[in-house]
Design a protein around this ligand. Sequence first.
Ligand SMILES: [Zn+2]
Length: 465
Amino acid sequence: MKYLIVVILLAMAPLAALAQTNVLSPEADATARRLMAEALDSDLAWDIVESLTTEVGPRLAGSEAEARARDWGRALGERLGFDRVSIDEFELPYWERGDMSITMTAPYRQALYGTALGGSAASPQSEELEAEIAYFRTVDDLVAVEDSSLIGRIAFVDGDAIVPTQNGEGYGPANQRRRIGWQHAERAGAAALVVRSVGSDSHRFPHTGMMTPQGSEWADIPVIAVSNPDADHLRRLHAAGSSIRMDIHSSAGWQGESDSGNVVLDLVGRERPDEIILIGGHLDSWDLGTGAVDDGAGIAITTAAAALIAQLPQRPRRTIRVVMFGAEEVGLIGAQDYANTHAAELANHQLASESDFGAGNIWQLVSNVSEAGNPAIDAIGKIIAPLGIIRGGNDVPGGGPDISPMAARGVPTVNLRQNGTDYFDLHHTPDDTLDKIDPDQLAQNVAAWVVLTYLAAELDVQFRE
Ligand SMILES: [Zn+2]
């Protein structure tokens, strides 16, 4: 399959080059196609994600493991021939999961599979946390609850499993119970909040993830996500009229200040070194799995794409910058730090994009660039079309979570949209491990990214308004 694609795209090359003479020089067109073919045949991205997930392991933001990941990223950048390798360090409050258990104690005893949400507090050390649950069918039902009406109870928010889709559109709405549920449980005086995991799977893996602070305040109560099958079970018992009780132990909590950082790898442009094409992923991960699809894959795809370009006889016109963002999962802290630390050069960022939606095939290219830059994105779209990628609109803001703070300050974005049908089966669970990545799909990603990155850096086009 891989080789068939290579043959087809090489055969199409002369025709396509003719059609695009006004945007692409024949040389740039040929180089982009050659890079694409090389990427399809390269194991580099696989080697990178295997190394990160195996040698570094899980990389919770602010942990010593995340610090080891930065050292790993720096060494990788040096080995792959980047011209500048640096780390922007920053401080952040550090939250740890600790140990936990959640057991249904009535109508009968049954262990549940749960995990603390990021920002959760511990259960009381001196007394048992065992109580009857108050069942809420949706987070909106909890939001409507009266103050102090849940004293002595554990709130349980059910909701529904996410319906799997290519673009993962069910995630945002479902995520509300994880994000803001605690604010209402606490307002109502609940002793703890338990929510259905935000995921599309039917396994007993719970999905973790960060809650949203209220101003600068975090929860004072334990907040636990249970697996989808456990939530289904609780729903059936509730429908049958059972009084349900739970026992919760958790030692989760904030552990003071710690350090994180962004690893920055540059290929310095030969003609316009100050102009930057920024690509990347996030280096931190949740601690339950090894962060293979979220976001070891994005680190591997974008670093491998830039490393292939580093092998060319000369650098592209503009600087290509790979950023391995730190502390994404805990609230885009690395992304905010990047936008602040590099505020003075953001006006020279021509284009930015992050790979952070797993390792599935890319199916669409969307963008948010100037009218003058749009034909170049169209030309890129034509070159990567044989990879099964369609050109979407130029009216689609985005670029990935870590890009959002710089996009808000006017940096143009593109997005190579991946098929995320199975993404929320794995997302933030113990099941996010290397075996879930398909090497051929990973290579398809690198092939698209290398064309995008190379041509964005090489073409004499302004992507900014
Ligand atoms: Zn991610």
